[in-house]
Design a protein around this ligand. Structure first.
Ligand code: AQP
Length: 339
């Protein structure tokens, strides 16, 4: 299914399940932008079907969907170069998702750590959709025959499951139809941690607003959150090895490295031995310099929701044009009769 011009197909998505965090930006969007290139077909999705695996107020979901599109564009995703759309407008995702529900095994789903984390002690009460989420994610990727999937560390297991589903489908139907997509997990911020607890991931749905930087936070709030971010009593170490066993310090150094397009080694070269009173304000200034232009542009784009909806509709047309033939072929392979 290789495209004549594009040597690789990149797919990734983000849930419109609340305000975007700096974790989503550094772990995903920033890297999506870096992967746009003339030899790449890049397909970036607002995965609204995934968002409703946890209850979303309809008005909030519409707002979060448009705001996520605004964030993609404000960060540098070009809707003329990349295909940008929301998942629910391309029904092939859900249709292939059902077929994959019948390919994936319950035992595989039971091993998904993200489900365990999100369901917690409440596993009996969460939606069936949350449990089946990884097979829909496999469909999101494979409905485009995507070859590369840039994600944060937390999604690695789901991309591995996608590979298992593709292999089992090909094996069961004796075809060589779905490719084995590669997760792309690189850069210094593949897992940005919670600012108040370095053992937990920074999430949109985290309980306290102080534990995350939102893409819409203003300069004063960003400075306040970094000032109050948990650190420890020691100054910054003289080498990156010294970050071992210091999760909060490691996280702040990695955030600085990602925001400055450098590496933890370079940050330690500059700040090794510094006290938090020097490092935290420098980190806050850097975050404001990097994030404020994006949030201002997001606010500007959000003033014209009709334009955002038009971008999504055009993107959905392009996505449908790729997805539908792959779904048709899948239906033929499975044995569905169509008139
Ligand atoms: N803290 C993070 N560090 C690095 N990458 C992250 N991603 C999410 N959080 C971090 C990456 O962002 C992409 C989109 O994620 P998602 O919104 O689809 O789902 P998620 O991983 O469940 O994100 P959240 O923020 O934790 O959402 P909620 O709280 O609603 O469940 C993925 O590539 C993810 O790796």
């Amino acid at each position: 299914m290789a495209d004549a011009v594009h040597t690789r197909r990149v797919f990734s998505g983000i849930k419109p399940s609340g305000g975007l965090t700096m974790g989503n930006y550094l772990g995903a969007i920033k890297r999506f932008v870096e992967m746009q290139s003339p030899d790449t077909m890049s397909i970036y999705c607002v995965v609204d079907l995934h968002a409703i695996t946890v209850w979303q107020d309809p008005a909030d979901l519409r707002h979060a969907t448009r705001e996520l599109v605004a964030a993609y564009i404000a960060s540098g995703i070009d809707p003329d170069q990349s295909i940008l759309f929301n998942q629910s407008q391309v029904s092939a995702h859900a249709e292939l998702g059902w077929i994959f529900n019948c390919v994936a095994r319950v035992g595989w789903m039971n091993r998904m750590t993200q489900f365990k984390d999100k369901a917690g002690k409440n596993a009996e009460k969460v939606s069936l959709g949350l449990y089946a989420y990884p097979s829909l994610m496999a469909a999101d990727i494979l409905i485009y025959h995507a070859t590369h999937v840039p994600v944060g560390e937390d999604q690695k297991q789901h991309v591995e499951l996608t590979r298992d589903i593709a292999a089992k489908f090909n094996h069961d139907y004796k075809v060589d139809f779905f490719p084995q997509p590669e997760p792309i997990i690189d850069g210094p911020a593949t897992r940005v941690m919670n600012l108040r607890d370095g053992s937990k991931k920074m999430s949109k749905s985290g309980v306290s607003d102080m534990e995350r930087i939102n893409m819409t936070d203003d300069a004063a709030l960003i400075a306040k959150k970094f000032k109050k971010a948990k650190s420890d009593a020691a100054p910054l170490p003289e080498s990156v090895e010294g970050l071992k066993g210091r999760p909060e310090a490691k996280n702040l150094v990695e955030i600085y490295a990602a925001l400055s397009d450098s590496s933890p080694e370079a940050v330690i070269r500059e700040f090794g031995g510094a006290q938090w009173g020097r490092f935290k304000p420098a980190l806050a200034d850097l975050a404001v310099a990097r994030l404020e232009p994006i949030s201002l542009e997001m606010a500007r784009l959000m003033q014209d929701p009709a334009e955002i909806d038009l971008i999504l509709a055009k993107g959905a047309d392009k996505a449908n044009a790729i997805a539908q033939p792959i779904l048709d072929k899948t239906y033929d392979i499975v044995g569905f009769v169509r008139g």
